[in-house]
Design a protein around this ligand. Structure first.
Ligand code: PMP
Length: 431
């Protein structure tokens, strides 16, 4: 809708309303998974015409598939501003990328991570999952400003045990939408001899960035948030730790030679990509990265800033509604707003927004339980320990009408409650 080449599959779809009739679907859940670009779908359709074995066949279609698969690495490396010698390893998603990186950390590594991270970035490093490798994990408390985040990291890295260190940080929070001071954090990490891994699952769809310019060593992202389908992500970054680690998965594709007494494994990237790979997924992700990288991202960011302001201001202006943030109202933020309505259960509100207004939002704790609990507690919400909230997130498929419809619907729900009554069955509200 914003520019040629950025049209999405399923735009203007209509959805049924429980109150009768249909509405144009207002998908305000781009932060969870974004619809695919039409050009991505067309590219995958074309690939499926020539679908054949990858890396394993001598036929023409096998060669085409192999070259498309291998050719998918460069657009992704370039999209994140990777260095020429950075490895690009295909994974299933950000979660998989960080599990792969955790698998590759050298012995005696200290990992420093904020408790505010998405569970995919918070949890894979645990020492129990790296027996005998003398791993330490330092979990930092939620900072109250970007400068505070930098100070906490500096202190933790200064006091750490000897050995390698990795700082794991988010580029933009999937809960508050706030953009973190990545360059400054990576600079402090570097000055203390640590590497930095960036969770770009939310940042990448919204803002252009370069890991080379940011001084970041590794970056993880997910295709399904980047206008490509589910099932493909990537880990991009310094090759040395990845090359020295045993394969992430053991099996065909990663092996150079297998004998009774010894197995030799291949170098990167095959080393960590055992098994037949997801060729349509990688081609889809590379296509999406190329389309975004060559779009007018300045114009896209401006359009998103306008939508984000309408969303955040509109919600925050409703009596009884709180929009949650760590760094305060004025923080730089992508188009994500997490909010609560006093006296209303988030799951019931989300069900009402869908069934009565044709609006898709997310409710729950957004795979960031410590952060959501902390935000609700700080805002004095009842039942903060339960840690449930609503999240609206915008993307290429969002129009001003969608955002205005949400604000009006939340206003009426905050005043009068949902139009229908919902009973909670199996933990979910049902009209
Ligand atoms: N990090 C962030 C900031 C996210 O928003 C998400 C997805 N909600 C993830 C990591 C995990 O992504 P995936 O589920 O695709 O592995």
């Amino acid at each position: 809708p914003h520019a040629p080449g950025l049209d999405l599959v399923g735009a203007h779809a209509r959805v049924p309303l429980a109150t009768g009739g249909t509405a144009e679907y207002a998908n305000l859940d781009h932060g969870a998974s974004a619809p695919a670009l039409r050009v991505v779908r067309d590219t995958v359709d074309e690939l499926l015409e020539r679908y054949a074995s990858v890396h394993r066949g001598a036929g023409w279609h096998s060669k085409v598939c192999t070259s498309l698969y291998e050719g998918s690495r460069e657009p992704i490396r370039s999209f994140v501003g990777g260095r020429a010698d950075d490895a690009v390893i295909f994974t299933r998603h950000t979660t998989d990328s960080f599990n792969l990186l955790a698998h590759c950390l050298p012995a005696r590594t200290t990992v420093v991570v904020f408790e505010t991270e998405h569970h995919a970035a918070l949890l894979p490093w645990s020492a129990e999952r790296a027996p005998g490798r003398d791993r330490r994990v330092v979990r930092l408390p939620a900072p109250d400003s970007p400068a505070h985040a930098v100070a906490l990291v500096d202190q933790a890295l200064r006091r750490r045990a000897p050995g390698p260190a990795l700082l794991v940080i988010t580029g933009a929070s999937n809960v508050t939408g706030e953009v973190w001071p990545v360059a400054e954090l990576a600079r402090v990490a570097r000055s203390r001899g640590a590497r930095t891994a960036l969770d770009a699952a939310q940042l990448a769809p919204h803002r252009p960035f370069s890991i080379t310019d940011l001084g970041v060593d590794y970056v993880a992202l997910s295709g399904h948030k980047l206008y490509a389908p589910y099932g493909t992500g990537a880990l991009i970054g310094r090759a040395d730790w990845l090359a020295a680690a045993p394969p992430y998965l053991i099996g065909g594709g990663a092996t150079a030679s297998v004998r009774d007494d010894a197995t030799d494994y291949k170098p990167l990237p095959d080393r960590h990509e055992a098994g037949s790979p997801n060729v349509p997924g990688t081609v889809a992700l590379a296509t999406a990265c190329h389309v975004l990288a060559t779009a007018d991202r300045e114009a896209l960011a401006q359009a998103e800033t306008a939508l984000t302001e309408t969303l955040r201001r509109g919600l925050a202006g409703i009596p009884g509604v709180t929009v949650h943030s760590l760094f305060g109202d004025r923080a730089d933020s992508i188009g994500v707003a997490t909010f609560t309505i006093a006296g209303q259960k988030p799951a019931v509100v989300a069900a009402a927004l869908s069934a009565e207004h044709g609006i898709g939002v997310r409710d729950g704790a957004f795979c960031a339980h410590p952060l959501v609990r902390k935000l609700l507690g700080a805002a004095g919400c009842a039942d903060a320990e339960n840690g449930q909230a609503l999240r609206a997130s915008v993307g290429l498929g969002t129009t001003t009408e969608h955002v205005q419809r949400l604000v009006q619907a939340v206003e009426s729900i905050a005043e009068r409650g949902p139009r229908l009554r919902y009973v909670v069955r199996d933990g979910r509200p049902v009209p």
